[in-house]
Ligand binder design. Structure first.
Ligand code: PGA
Length: 267
């Protein structure tokens, strides 16, 4: 049985002070409802075992990582970054390395979010480099894939997602792939209030698992977790997360609202 994982993608929102206030509030409300593992999931494991609640991760802006990690101490909520650089160090002005993240207690990192692909020219190849580096550093990557509305209308969603997954996972051994999270996020559903239907989301998440099965084996396909993301809210979360191949969600807008509590509790 795969443990559900609900990650909040806070995007570029909240000052550190606001972040701490929000994190403490949710920590109090969620205490007891998330899995007991100290929050941190080493790459290569399939998540904390035990506990009936989902694994919960707050992916906050870089400047809020340390204060939010401190605010969440003693809880089961993990903290993730929204991006990282693929190199260890060097002349990369404005960038953050995997080691910088792990050194402060960050356990997860979102890689290849469609906004990074669209506004910051990230490619499948750069996503692959980051995935490999994150795993080597002991971070659990949440790898984002998904199609535009035009691509969906052209009927190439599965082909596109297959390509994104295959390139992102290039060179990743099965033992590490088992600890990965792939977030299926149709771009047309992000921030639009128009979530995919549970059946459409399930169809692509099932296809992703099949792609992983082809690339590796049945054990890896069964262990790797696939999230759905795109306009998840308190109303639609439970039905989406109850689908057989959807192991939780990557939640944007609703993750910085009080309704995040019901999204987690619904899972
Ligand atoms: P949304 O964003 O929930 O606001 O649609 C999801 C995401 O971008 O990860």
């Amino acid at each position: 049985m795969r443990k559900k994982i609900i990650a909040g993608n806070w995007k570029m929102n909240k000052t550190p002070l606001e972040a701490v206030t929000f994190a403490k509030d949710l920590k109090a409300k969620l205490s007891g409802s998330s899995g007991p593992a100290g929050g941190s999931v080493p790459a290569g494991s399939s998540g904390p075992t035990g506990g009936s609640g989902p694994e919960v991760v707050f992916c906050v802006p870089f400047v809020s990582l340390i204060p939010v990690i401190e605010a969440l101490e003693g809880s089961n909520i993990a903290v993730g970054a929204q991006n990282m650089h693929a190199e260890d160090s060097g002349a990369f002005t404005g960038e953050i390395s995997a080691e910088m993240l792990t050194s402060i207690g960050v356990s997860h990192v979102i890689i290849g979010h469609s906004e990074r692909r669209e506004y910051f020219a990230e490619t499948d190849a750069s996503v692959n480099k980051k995935v490999l580096k994150a795993i080597a550093a002991g971070l659990a990557p949440i790898v984002c894939v998904g199609e535009t509305l035009t691509q969906r209308e052209q009927g190439i969603t599965i082909d596109l997602v297959r390509m994104q997954v295959r390139i992102a996972l290039g060179g990743v051994p099965a033992s590490d792939a088992r600890g990965l999270v792939i977030a299926y996020e149709p771009i047309w559903a992000i921030g639009t209030g128009r979530a995919a239907t549970k059946d459409d989301a399930q169809e692509v998440c099932r296809a992703i698992r099949q792609i992983v099965r082809e690339l590796y084996d049945e054990e890896t396909a069964q262990a790797l977790r696939v999230q759905y993301g795109g306009s998840v809210n308190a109303k639609n979360a439970a039905e989406l997360f109850n689908m057989p191949d959807i192991d939780g969600g990557l939640v944007g807008g609703a993750s910085i609202k009080p309704e995040f509590e019901s999204i987690v509790k619904g899972a």
